[in-house]
Design a protein around this ligand. Sequence first.
Ligand SMILES: Nc1nc2c(c(=O)[nH]1)N[C@H]1C(S)=C(S)[C@@H](COP(=O)(O)OP(=O)(O)OC[C@H]3O[C@@H](n4cnc5c(=O)[nH]c(N)nc54)[C@H](O)[C@@H]3O)O[C@H]1N2
Ligand SMILES: Nc1nc2c(c(=O)[nH]1)N[C@H]1C(S)=C(S)[C@@H](COP(=O)(O)OP(=O)(O)OC[C@H]3O[C@@H](n4cnc5c(=O)[nH]c(N)nc54)[C@H](O)[C@@H]3O)O[C@H]1N2
Ligand code: SF4
Ligand SMILES: [Mo]
Length: 688
Amino acid sequence: MELKYVQTTCPYCGTGCSFNLVVKDGKVAGVQPYQRSPVNEGRVCPKGTYAHEFVNREDRLTKPLIKKNGTFEEATWDEAYDLIAEKFKSYKPDECAVLSSARTSNEENYALMKFARGALKTRHIDHCARLCHASTVAGLAASFGSGAMTNSIGDIAESKCLFILGSNTFEQHPLIGRRVAQAKKAGAKIIYADPRYTATGKQADLYMQFVSGSDVAILNGLMQEIIKNGWEDTEFLKNRVKGYEELKATVMKEDYSLENVSKISGIPVEQLKTAAEWIGTAESAAILYSMGITQHTVGVDNVKSIANLQMLTGNLGRPGTGVNALRGQNNVQGACDMGALPVVFTGYQKVIDEAAHKKFADAWGFPDGISEPKNGYEVTVMMDVLTDNPGELKCMYIMGENPMLSDPDLTHVEHAIKNLEFLVVQDIFMTETAELADVVLPAACYAEKDGTQTSTERRVQMWRKAQDPPGEAKDDWKIIAEIAAKMGYADQFAWETAEDIFNEIAAVTPSYHGMNYERLNRPEALHWPCPAEDHPGTPILHGAKFAHPDGFGVMHAIDWKPPAEVPDAEYPYVFTTGRILFHWHTGTMTRRSATLDNEVPTGWIEINPEDAKDLGIKDGETVKASSRRGSIIVPARVTKDIMKGVMFMPFHFKECAANILTNNALDPIAKIPEFKACAVKVEKITEA
Ligand SMILES: Nc1nc2c(c(=O)[nH]1)N[C@H]1C(S)=C(S)[C@@H](COP(=O)(O)OP(=O)(O)OC[C@H]3O[C@@H](n4cnc5c(=O)[nH]c(N)nc54)[C@H](O)[C@@H]3O)O[C@H]1N2
Ligand SMILES: Nc1nc2c(c(=O)[nH]1)N[C@H]1C(S)=C(S)[C@@H](COP(=O)(O)OP(=O)(O)OC[C@H]3O[C@@H](n4cnc5c(=O)[nH]c(N)nc54)[C@H](O)[C@@H]3O)O[C@H]1N2
Ligand code: SF4
Ligand SMILES: [Mo]
């Protein structure tokens, strides 16, 4: 038996842990710790531990599939490419839309971004960051001039006070959770606020349970209490930020007295006082947040409010401080950095900026030009355009996303996707979305390809090929380049290796300029910005000044607004959704990992015991949950861990899909949907 160990980075979350893939006789057979990673220091969570289990599943996609008379038939790559090239060429640029993938490498996202703007010449490219941290990208850019996590993962352990809001860190970023535990052991105070008493809440020194959708009120209340007690950082406010007077006028209003905030949120006044004191008086305080903050119609307001609190207390630019927006997918930071967004090229160079547009048009050299210098549609807007204005968008190319389970209001999504004339899906498994495609293309997974991905702390790390892909599956970037060649653009996609693509990325992207595979090929890798080959990279942002041109941070005066849909007599409960430790989003990989699937085989809805009593529902009983969008049948889990009046569901399970119920109301700036709050009713199922 031939045995080898290939060091690579985890394909699941944005923490960016490293491990070794154990390869037996050419096939990935296990995961072993890799001790030298400064991120995870040899430890991995359950998803990492079993990240080999789905790789060699017999139901991997192995051949291109073309739908004929409603059923898929196996095809050769050439047949698939010819059909796709002919179809793509038949549409006008803005009739085409592209969804890129935070599950794939930087090189693959760059390839698809270049393909969208250069080969299809469309403005409409986006990816799942829209459903995730779009509010962070917009909110932190407005506050600090840069939309990324400010500090590093290791730095969290240095903090004296951690305020975790809308992040279930121990389940969703377990190896960041480990840093929280280290900080606590060293004496830091841990404050946790969440409608659910999660695994993370159970580690906290102060747990505040509240009603989904009251974040701005809570943050304004904390700021009022801090200012009343003189705990604000006057030096920082004077020297580093603008807008303090306006912010103060808003947060000092009677609306945000702790008594009023307590009424809105349900958090007792005493708890809010303690939280304000701990944050206001700590030598260093960091905020960790994630989807509980961003996935709201006020997502951008929530993010700006978090930035306000950290500027008010001067908790930025130093170790143990910061606004730590924990990015979700393994490479969602990278997919954004690569310009898989409707408004920017790589490194956030704006498509509407004439100089940037010319720079990319010149660097790429498409003889017939690139997409117009105009912003395109976001994923959520694409779906609305498809239903509301049929015929405007006609074809779509989806790489590594499964909107038929992950987007809000699935009935609407299905209607939208069925309005397409031509759909290509490129994935590693047959997904709910791929089922609706005209052509399905088989991709290699993380264990089968080289490339880089960028973690939540802006650390750019390598994937290394451990085995060959199954059947005829190919690297995503190769598929893209070969379609481009069929469309007449062989010269623009003439890469031989992933490294060739990375070198092109570094050449056109200032924050990646100083990176190359040789420099990245070491355990600590590099954090962007890394502008030159002798630059060491940048673990902590905003040390001496913010990224705005004048160097100042900007405070925003923000009033609290309720969610788009609030409970009423017909739908009397707040409904919120999220994740669990053992499963990943639409379950394509974790539900095919035998160990993880055994741990948690299906979904449930969490109901507080008092609500259950009112409804006459017992723990474990199957119930009907409905919103204005639809109904599902799902087992009830009666637990005190969820606040009275609020119900929670994980969204991983197609047989009880939470997104049948969710609301696709959008934040006006970020266009992120309100996954974290809508209104539902729950009924007992009575025998027919
Ligand atoms: N195991 C696992 N880990 C994952 C993922 C996965 O699918 N599975 N997905 C990854 C991805 S892409 C992402 S984006 C991250 C997400 O990571 P998290 O944001 O930590 O995960 P969620 O469970 O979506 O939501 C976090 C918490 O928000 C709370 N919440 C609900 N409503 C509100 C509200 O109105 N305000 C506040 N402040 N909180 C609220 C929920 O109760 C929940 O505990 O996880 C990443 N890690
Ligand atoms: N109700 C509710 N809905 C939510 C959320 C929520 O909190 N609540 N969270 C939202 C968030 S934050 C996110 S990030 C989205 C995630 O939404 P999606 O990105 O749609 O979910 P995934 O299941 O991660 O889908 C990724 C797809 O990529 C495929 N894949 C994996 N590796 C590769 C590869 O190397 N190449 C190719 N071509 N394909 C690959 C997988 O098989 C899978 O089909 O869900 C959103 N939806
Ligand atoms: S914490 Fe995230 S990156 Fe680390 S092993 Fe778990 S899923 Fe993978
Ligand atoms: Mo996400």
